[in-house]
Design a protein around this ligand. Structure first.
Ligand SMILES: [Cu+2]
Length: 146
């Protein structure tokens, strides 16, 4: 009898484990193409810019495709504004004022920022807005908004 109870307890523990795992299903993650480079073409790091300015996105080694389009070796840009901690792996990049999605396949944008010092960084996301593995990010640059 004791042995049976132990077996039942184990079964219960195992099913609880799978229920917990099912709570946060792992989304498919796309492998980054080796040698890919994401970079901000302009403005330059340390530049002084007006409150409304253009940011140009650079990408080498992979192509740009709109979100929702599954095409090998492609992704779309995300502009991270004043983001200090990169979006988590395996989950869609947040969509808010600091995480701008360019799901239409845009390669530049006009950004409006409050005066002061801000940081900008690009991150390429896959068709489901999930960061690549390893993450494809540009160098973080600083701009001074007049
Ligand atoms: Cu996106």
């Amino acid at each position: 009898m004791k042995r049976l109870l132990l077996a039942l307890a184990l079964v219960a523990a195992t099913s609880i484990g799978s229920v917990l795992a099912a709570d946060a299903p792992a989304l498919p993650v796309t492998k980054a193409t080796a040698g890919t480079e994401v970079y901000i073409i302009s403005p330059q790091d340390g530049a002084t810019v007006p409150q409304s300015f253009t940011v140009r996105f650079g990408l080498k080694g992979m192509g740009v495709a709109p979100a929702g389009v599954t095409h090998e070796n492609t992704g779309h840009h995300h502009l991270l504004v004043d983001v200090k901690v990169l979006p988590v792996a395996g989950q869609p990049i947040p969509k808010d004022e600091q995480h701008l999605h360019f799901g239409g396949g845009q390669t530049e944008t006009t950004l409006k920022l409050a005066p002061g010092t801000h940081t900008l960084q690009l991150e390429l996301g896959d068709t489901n807005h999930i960061p690549f593995d390893p993450p494809l990010v540009s160098k973080m640059i600083t701009v001074h908004v007049k």
